[in-house]
Design a protein around this ligand. Structure first.
Ligand code: ZN
Length: 270
């Protein structure tokens, strides 16, 4: 498939929009790589994501611009959460934005307490896990660890049979096609890929975007199917700058970009 150069959103200097610009630029790029597939996936994830992909389709049909779509979604977020998503020169948290965009209360996982040493387990219950993964502070050193410690972590309860700590085991019904990691704390290393073993085999996640924060501004890197990395800053306009291939980036390179620190990393399954 031939892909033109990726494009991003243009920053609004009256109502600072960099949080929206960076996240939507990455999601737009993911969607453009296979619009049919991602329309179906994203529209099933939440009402706001459904609105976003309908908007992406309308952009392709020249009905609206990406900035108009951003403004419409922003208005809805502002109405529901005025303190989190203000207008003017106040900033918004891109982590909160990702949480709200993908928010959905339908159970997507089971939660089970089980012993790591013996066969003891308690009955599993339905559970909802946010697709924005935080991991355990000071325990998770990489995005892979963040996912692992989110899915398996020690509980405070002891096994009635062998008195070892019971573990919480979180299991997705279906591994989501997209996972988002909050990486701003403790310089979490951004793994290039993440493999998750399930009963159905291995699910492989590829890094698709990173959002950077610093100097009261968000910027983004987009990673395409051909593994090229493109830098986008809405203050510089719509175009992205080609950096290089993701393999050529060391782990440390991915955490910093023009004096800004990584705060969000986005992965998708192929
Ligand atoms: Zn036990």
């Amino acid at each position: 498939m031939h892909l033109d150069e990726p494009q991003g959103l243009i920053w609004d200097s009256e109502n600072y929009s960099c949080a929206y610009d960076s996240l939507f630029s990455i999601l737009w790029n993911i969607w453009q790589e296979d619009a049919t597939k991602w329309s179906q996936i994203f529209s099933g994830m939440s009402a706001r994501m459904s609105n976003l992909v309908q908007g992406f389709t309308n952009i392709d049909d020249h009905v609206i611009s990406i900035e108009r779509l951003r403004n419409n979604l922003r208005q809805s977020l502002h109405q529901d959460f005025p303190d989190l998503f203000p207008y003017g020169h106040q900033g918004a948290s891109v982590v909160e934005l990702a949480e709200k965009m993908f928010h959905n209360e339908v159970p997507n996982t089971t939660l089970q307490l089980q012993c790591s040493m013996c066969d003891f387990f308690k009955e599993s219950t339905d559970h909802h896990l946010s697709l924005v993964i935080h991991g355990v502070p000071r325990v998770s050193a990489t995005t892979r660890d963040q996912l692992r410690t989110t899915l398996v972590n020690d509980s405070r309860e002891l096994c009635p049979e062998c008195v070892r700590p019971l573990e919480h085991i979180v299991t997705f019904y279906d591994m989501p096609k997209i996972l988002i990691f909050s990486v701003s704390e403790h310089n979490i290393v951004i793994s290039h890929t993440i493999n998750v073993r399930t009963a159905n085999g291995i699910n492989k996640y590829y890094l698709k975007g990173i959002i950077y924060h610093g100097g009261f501004h968000f910027t983004a890197c987009l990673i395409r199917q051909d593994q090229t990395v493109w830098f986008h800053d809405g203050q510089l306009g719509r175009n992205c700058l080609l950096e290089s291939r993701v393999k050529e980036f060391s782990v440390a390179d991915l955490n910093y970009c023009n004096d800004r620190n990584a705060c969000l990393a986005i992965y998708t399954q192929d």
